[in-house]
Unconditional design. Sequence first.
Length: 276
Amino acid sequence: MIDRSHKLSVSRQAQLLNISRGAVYYLPKPVAESDLTLMHAIDKLHLDHPFMGSRQLRRALCDQGLKVGRLHVRTLMRKMGICAVAPQPGTSQRHPQHKVFPYLLRQMVIKRSNQVWALDTTYIRMKKGFVYLTAVVDVHSRRILAYRTAITLEAIHAVEALAQAFARFGRPEIVNTDQGSQFTAQAFVDMVQSHGVKLSMDGRGAWRDNVFVERIWRTVKYERVYLRAYETVSEARQDIAQYIDWYNTARPHSSLGGLTPKQVWDSGMPTLGMAA
């Protein structure tokens, strides 16, 4: 979306795209080493036990010898863009002024590629910092259609990933997300609706709605991210891109009958009917 080599200034491009200039120019503040240690531990705990809220996470961190208060755990969870996938007061990351759309996948059988796409964002740890990975996933085939690795949670990254997926793969019937502020932002809503696609949003903290994408993040992190110690954002981007290409084209899935996501996508063949 933002082309830094274009004759228009970056500021003017951001204005035309209705994107805050802060999202383009923002440079992250250094994160204390102690907070990075806590965030890395929270990331693994959340991946393995997504139902844990701040109280349970604090207890688990203390059991690991990481002394921290509950309020600080909640602050770090907000920074990481995560919340417990179970009803918990005060953990939603939704912007209070943004519209939330109804969940459209309940009892729906997803039986073909390009029927439903899901978007989600996850925290990716680095050796001395972190980035966010936003991905567009075809629910039927599990294929990751587009993604962005970025240093902020701004809506621009979700908008750019979705625009790339539309350009390469056409349009699904439904795009499903959680209630994160990057997905309830008007720029993202407009991107979905301007292409004639229905927007669906998970119920607040509903674990059943999130479980599909959570499984993909678990795969990405345990098979790649946790085995690395990225020094730079560019290194993280390059390595994650290599993994996603392998994941799509060479990694068989038992839930897909031993086929890869790309094989299922290309064939459009139905797998076991997946009820959302």
